[in-house]
Design a protein around this ligand. Structure first.
Ligand code: NDP
Length: 245
């Protein structure tokens, strides 16, 4: 996506993938490779927050960084995931009650954004530990063991279930219950129709996959990497072209 933008704009730059085994080595690797910027993905977004010299904007509120820009050797961290997601669900109407599946870095950013937008938020996670981090927020937290269903406007999968396997983000009977009481569904995972979205599709529930979220956060990240707000539509066009490859 980013390389397609560079090609379109005639900018000499290259966006590539780097496998980081140890999150605590992020800053060292970043500087050693002389990177101008980076996006950080699962599971290092919280480590990225800690690696930065300065945090700006929404990332400050959530403690999670997905975009880093090198400003004269200083690492400046941002979070563009939540706005990318809002961009993705733009055509869903009247969203007031949301259930978030998962409690990792992506969930943290989205939950804070939903609360900022005045929505009522519940979270369902496999285990208790990460839910503790939501204790100070006005949200209802459940594990698979104590979940009580009610009706939601939107259910969002932010777990990595279905990313590299065919698993659902919660046991099948819970997913059946949840999907029978929601108007919309969404998944942060892109590049495939996840088992969760396959279940939504079977029930004719309108859904969005992570590609639109990826595109939204990508445009915002490109503005940061390039230090300039290039025309949004032009960036989107270039990025969409690459997504279809
Ligand atoms: P984290 O590692 O921070 O969190 C993962 C969460 O998923 C945890 O709550 C974990 O539960 C849960 N989980 C993991 N495996 C399973 C499973 N098999 N069943 C149920 N729950 C599970 O990840 P991130 O929040 O950074 O990323 C999550 C997903 O979002 C990834 O797939 C990533 O690719 C995608 N993503 C997509 C974006 C886009 O632009 N489309 C942007 C950002 C992320 P527990 O606490 O019990 O371990």
């Amino acid at each position: 996506m980013h390389n397609s933008v560079y090609e379109t704009l005639g900018i000499k730059a290259c966006y590539t993938r780097i496998l980081l085994e140890d999150g605590s080595k992020l800053k060292e690797r970043f500087l050693h490779l002389s990177l101008s910027g980076a996006n950080i993905t699962v599971p290092h977004k919280e480590a990225a927050f800690n690696a930065c010299d300065e945090i700006r904007g929404f990332a400050k509120k959530v403690g999670v960084v997905n975009t880093i820009v090198n400003e004269n050797g200083r690492l400046v961290g941002y979070n563009t995931d939540a706005d990318g997601f809002m961009f993705a669900i733009g055509e869903f109407t009247n969203i007031k009650r949301i259930l978030v599946l998962g409690a990792g870095g992506t969930a943290k950013a989205l939950v804070q954004k939903f609360l900022d937008e005045g929505m009522e938020v519940s979270i369902l996670n496999r285990s208790q530990r990460r839910l503790e981090e939501f204790a100070s927020l006005d949200v209802t937290c459940y594990t698979w063991e104590n979940f009580q269903n009610s009706s939601f406007d939107l259910v969002v999968n932010t777990t990595s279930a279905g990313l590299e396997d065919d698993s659902l983000p919660a046991p099948k009977e819970l997913i059946d219950e949840i999907l029978s009481h929601t108007r919309y569904a969404a998944d942060a995972i892109y590049g495939k129709l996840t088992p969760f979205l396959q279940e939504a599709q079977k029930r004719s529930i309108p859904y969005k996959d992570g590609a639109d979220m990826l595109l939204g956060q990508g445009v915002l990240a490109a503005w940061l990497f390039l230090g300039k707000r290039h025309d949004k539509k032009e960036l989107e066009r270039a990025m969409r072209k690459a997504l279809l490859l």
